[in-house]
Design a protein around this ligand. Structure first.
Ligand SMILES: NC(=O)c1ccc[n+]([C@@H]2O[C@H](COP(=O)([O-])OP(=O)(O)OC[C@H]3O[C@@H](n4cnc5c(N)ncnc54)[C@H](OP(=O)(O)O)[C@@H]3O)[C@@H](O)[C@H]2O)c1
Length: 293
């Protein structure tokens, strides 16, 4: 029997890169990036889907430059808001399953307890609004789609907080890090492994569980906590807590965006490790092993 085709968008991104490796045992993985499938181009998406006829589509591509999005709202909306809907429509047409990722930045951050999937959304940034639009477009298409909201994604490659702190730690004696935003760091590999685990049971069970889920490590952290955990016991750099007001950015971030993961755990029968456990595993993993096979 022919192996199913699995289309992974954003295959050079943090989650997409991990997924493209992990999915190899399950089918013919067609990993695309901006040069081979521009998610801002609706015709290209339709052509790619109709050409490849995937049984499974994982949309790991996204416009993730949160601050730049304030200046490029049309592009952010095209990639994050419109493209997921087109992928979902085409997935429905083919009878394919779609997995799509979204973000804690759909919330306004005024909460004080973990946000459930049903909590009211009120994005504070262009990025958050564009991702919410994408969620809604996927839901409107009526495809068999799993939408996985996650938060604070990092890894040893790409653009992320871990890579930035490691670079700054080599350059500076002191780091001033925001200590009044609370969320949960998530290692991209753990997110990819969890995604593969829910798909490994088969596409039909996955389709039966279509819907919106929060997928995140447990615990909570500020960016300051996260930086201190990355730096560890090293005598330098010193990590100093500062406020959001002392570190103004073009895009507003939620002050609190911990995601409640009970729905995911009850549905799929497992949860993710505490963020500190995942970070320790990430730091202990040789960087070489993140290269493609
Ligand atoms: N990063 C986070 O902290 C975070 C938090 C919550 C949720 N998420 C969500 O998780 C998912 C995966 O995020 P990630 O952290 O793995 O993101 P990432 O590392 O930024 O990867 C996204 C990939 O999408 C690509 N891309 C951007 N514009 C594109 C376009 N027009 N056409 C095709 N590809 C394009 C990027 O390519 P270029 O490098 O060329 O731009 C990049 O390789 C996204 O849905 C994101 O919204 C991320």
């Amino acid at each position: 029997m022919a192996r199913p085709t699995i289309l992974v968008t954003g295959a050079q991104g943090q989650i997409g890169f991990e997924l493209a490796r992990l999915l190899v045992p399950y089918g013919e993985v067609l990993g695309t990036d901006r040069s081979t499938l521009d998610l801002a181009d609706p015709d290209a998406i339709v052509a790619a889907m109709r050409g490849a006829k995937p049984a499974l589509v994982i949309n790991a591509g996204a416009y993730t430059a949160v601050d730049l999005a304030e200046k490029e709202p049309a592009l952010a909306r095209a990639v994050n808001g419109r493209a997921p809907g087109i992928l979902a429509e085409e997935a429905k047409r083919l009878g394919a399953v779609l997995v799509h990722y979204s973000t804690d930045y759909v919330f306004d951050g005024t909460g004080t307890a973990p946000y459930t999937e049903d909590a009211p959304t009120a994005p504070q940034s262009v990025y958050g609004a564009s991702k919410l639009e994408g969620e809604r477009a996927v839901a409107a298409a009526g495809a068999s789609a799993l939408v996985l909201r996650t938060s604070w994604v990092y890894g040893t490659r790409g653009r992320n907080f871990l890579v930035t702190i490691r670079r700054l730690a080599a350059e500076r004696d002191e780091l001033a890090i925001v200590a009044d935003q609370v969320g949960v760091p998530n290692w991209c590999r753990v997110l990819a492994e969890a995604t593969v685990r829910i798909l490994a049971a088969g596409l039909t069970p996955a389709a039966d569980r279509a819907g919106l889920y929060h997928l995140s490590s447990t615990g909570k952290a500020t960016w300051y906590d996260f930086a201190r955990a990355i730096v560890g016991d090293a005598p330098r750099p010193r990590v100093a807590p500062i406020t959001t007001a002392e570190y103004p950015t073009p895009a507003r971030r939620p002050a609190y965006s911990v995601l409640a993961t009970a729905r995911f755990e009850a549905t799929f029968g497992f949860g993710l490790p505490d963020w500190r456990v995942a970070l320790a595993r990430c730091i202990a993993t040789p960087t070489d092993s993140t290269r493609p096979p």
